[in-house]
Design a protein around this ligand. Structure first.
Ligand SMILES: [Zn+2]
Ligand SMILES: [Zn+2]
Length: 211
């Protein structure tokens, strides 16, 4: 079975967990959510010795997608995700970035993702879960074989995504978490968009937003 490795690179003033993820056998990988600070991301890629074959986006917010166009051009790789319902966010990245001093370009994915789609990174296979609520087009990448997921801003250790931004919907967010993420299993570990990693079991037991 291919072995997954990950390196987390906090980027942008929001300390967003950009993740370099790769398959140890083939040393091919993906950058998930390159929000900005491209030099940091490119240094992590070099240090790991990974050949990046694609960029993945969990959703269209500036701290996750702000550097996607630039990194895509620099590496010459395709961009996959998020779900098409976040297109309005990707279309307005330059405006969103301005307020935070982030020079972002708008970007269009080569592949929009749907619930149930499959995404490959090296020899690793991920299931796509469409999890609206934090943003309408948020997706989660789940690797069933290795029991881990990348959840973006849907779920955090001890918290859940904010829903006061355009397109946010708290009831939809809680439904996404309880109907799609909790059933993955207590042993599933995940990287979230900000802050420390956690497991589904830890959040099922202790997350105050899920009572
Ligand atoms: Zn977000
Ligand atoms: Zn975020």
């Amino acid at each position: 079975m291919p072995k997954a490795r990950a390196s987390i690179i906090p980027v942008t003033p929001f300390q967003q967990n950009c993740t370099l993820l790769w398959d140890e056998e083939t040393m091919r990988g993906a950058v998930i959510d390159p929000g900005g600070d491209l030099p940091l991301i490119r240094r992590a890629i070099e240090e790991a010795g990974v050949t990046v074959e694609k960029i993945l986006l969990t959703h269209g917010h500036i701290d996750h997608a702000g550097g996607a166009a630039e990194l895509k051009d620099a590496l010459g790789v395709p961009l996959e995700g998020p779900h098409r319902d976040d297109q309005f966010l990707l279309d307005h990245l330059p405006e969103s970035g301005r307020g935070f001093g982030i020079a972002a370009r708008r970007v269009t994915p080569d592949r929009w993702l749907e619930d149930g789609d499959r995404v490959e990174v090296g020899d690793l296979a991920f299931e796509v879960l469409h999890c609206p609520g934090h943003s309408p087009g948020s997706v989660v990448f789940f690797n069933p074989a290795q029991r881990f997921a990348l959840v973006g801003d849907v779920l955090f250790r001890g918290s859940v995504g904010r829903t006061d931004l355009p397109g946010g919907d708290h009831a939809a967010l809680i439904a996404s978490i309880t109907q799609k993420l909790l059933p993955l299993g207590d042993d599933v570990a995940f990287v979230c968009g900000h802050g420390p990693t956690s497991t589904i079991g830890q959040e099922r037991a202790a997350n105050p937003f899920l009572r």
